[in-house]
Design a protein around this ligand. Sequence first.
Ligand code: PNS
Length: 165
Amino acid sequence: MKIAVYPGSFDPITYGHLDIIQRGAKVFDKIIVATLLNSSKNPLFTTEERTEMIRESVKGIQGCEIEVDSFDGLLVDYVKKRKANVILRGLRAISDFEYELQIASVNRIVSDEVETLFFMSNNKHSFISSSMVKELARYGAETKELVPDHVAKMLHMKYGIQKTR
Ligand code: PNS
């Protein structure tokens, strides 16, 4: 069974992330979407909120089993514990490369057995990031083209403001 772990902060999940999961669903038998607990990035959403938003968002994806989980500690340890074969990551643009190379290289130092596979996101999603989405929502802008409706609602609830556009 080909199992991939798709790790991330997912603060919150965007259509860019969902595009990568959809692409992965054509290749893997199972994808474990794993949210990082205790991120140093000081997330806007709690782990429960992030995992719940992911669960709701992946409901319609077909082609492989999708599990939503959270993890703490080193990613490679989690990957081994879950008996997965690879780490799945998305690449949006060349600007992602350095960061991703760093993560993949560190993971390889920790364990040479775990491979990282990169999927290129659809050009349509190459500019979407969770940070951009939060920035827009903070100022009341519409985010429905970037995230699923239920995530857009959560963002506006979090910032406690009505959208202006
Ligand atoms: O969505 P992100 O924030 O870019 O995801 C980063 C993530 C969660 C993949 C990375 O920070 C991670 O794996 N953290 C767990 C700790 C770890 O294993 N660190 C070594 C590799 S950076």
